[in-house]
Design a protein around this ligand. Structure first.
Ligand code: ADP
Ligand code: MG
Length: 344
């Protein structure tokens, strides 16, 4: 089927913004004024405001050869919302700024915004503004997420305490394996375009890479159970580096149990096929967008039945350092590059 192609020049910048924002329906009472003026206005009615921003650059953070634009729009929003949830807050608004070369048609940008709006709808946030520019080359995206939290209920990385349980949600390593697979198939395609990629059985790991979700459900669960984590962050760079952030910023040591790290069966199988250690994928992989948090031991009974939360270790005195206890019974120093963890 011949794809339609409308040049952006035919609309102009204002025509483009009007087109991309034509169907916005405000979902939050806190959005007092959205797109269309010099600035947006938000009133969080006595709550505190939480803000986080991220930039995504084509060729650095994403590859359009295997990333559908709709997925990219969805992911660009979700990874920002994940940061807001990681503060124990609720996202309410986003702004989306884009710069693109003339390689991009109206249809392409429309696809990207379909993903943006799908994420807005799923997570109940309003798109309240942004900026639009040309770039000489490639696609650049900047998303700012804004959220609200009951005064002083936000959760930092630096407030874990000795004896607290270390917990992580969902499972880890799959997004990295999805990326490894997509990169491998891309290489095969570039070398021999006639070979059809075989991605059929790998929908789980590819989905985890291309269409991640933020753990809204976990923040709601913790609130319901009246659990305030003592520290929290999201897992975007790999488990070991995130654990070290919490330990270092809280001035503590930590013990991590290898056999407690949650890894999906699909991930284990594909890791074996690639000759990778599944634990190393979880420790160093990144882009899982799960939540890593610490909590009081007294709260353990409240989470024990939740299959989406795994207790993977506990916080110790700083003098004990940061270690991983392996399945084989060995104790290694935990380092940010998990690959090296087993070589020291
Ligand atoms: P200014 O020149 O004052 O920066 P713009 O023309 O850039 O204003 O933007 C006009 C309105 O459109 C503003 O409300 C702005 O937030 C919004 N806007 C601009 N670009 C985008 C975009 N890519 N997505 C959503 N809203 C946008
Ligand atoms: Mg502007």
């Amino acid at each position: 089927m011949e794809q339609e192609r409308t040049e952006i020049q035919d609309l102009g910048e204002f025509g483009l913004i009007d087109y991309l924002t034509r169907n916005i329906e405000i979902q939050n009472a806190s959005t007092v004024l959205g797109v269309g003026d010099d600035a947006a206005v938000i009133d969080h009615f006595g709550k505190q405001t939480v803000i986080s921003t991220d930039m995504l650059v084509e060729g650095i953070h994403f590859d359009l050869m295997y990333t559908p634009l709709k997925h990219l729009g969805y992911k660009a929003v979700v990874v920002n919302l994940s940061d807001i949830y990681a503060m124990n807050a609720t996202p309410t608004q986003i702004t989306v700024s884009i710069a693109f070369s003339n390689r991009f048609s109206l249809e392409a940008l429309n696809e990207f915004y379909e993903g943006v709006y799908a994420a807005c709808e799923k997570y109940g946030v309003d798109l309240i503004g942004g900026d639009t520019s040309n770039s000489q080359k490639g696609f650049i995206i900047s998303v700012t997420a804004i959220g609200e939290v009951t005064p002083d209920q936000f959760v930092k990385r630096s407030t874990a305490e000795k004896g607290d349980l270390l917990c992580v949600t969902g499972d880890l390593g799959a997004a990295y394996l999805g990326l490894t697979l997509l990169e491998r198939e891309k290489k095969i395609y570039l070398e021999s375009p006639e070979v059809k990629p075989d991605l059929e059985d790998q929908t789980y790991i590819i989905g985890r890479q291309l269409k991640p979700e933020a753990r809204k459900d976990i923040i709601e669960f913790l609130q319901q159970e009246d659990i305030k984590p003592t520290s929290m962050m999201d897992v975007s760079d790999g488990l070991s580096s995130e654990i070290l952030h919490i330990a270092k910023q809280s001035n503590l040591g930590v013990v991590l149990y290898e056999d407690k790290i949650p890894i999906a069966q699909e991930s284990k199988e594909i890791a074996m096929k690639f000759g990778l250690d599944p634990t190393a994928c979880a420790l160093s992989g990144g882009e899982d967008y799960e939540l890593l948090f610490t909590m009081k031991q007294a709260d353990y009974d409240k989470i024990v039945l939740n299959e989406q939360i795994s207790v993977i270790g506990y916080m110790t005195d700083i003098t004990e350092g940061a270690h991983i206890l392996t399945k084989g019974g060995n104790k290694y120093k935990l380092v940010a590059q998990g690959w090296n963890a087993f070589q020291q």
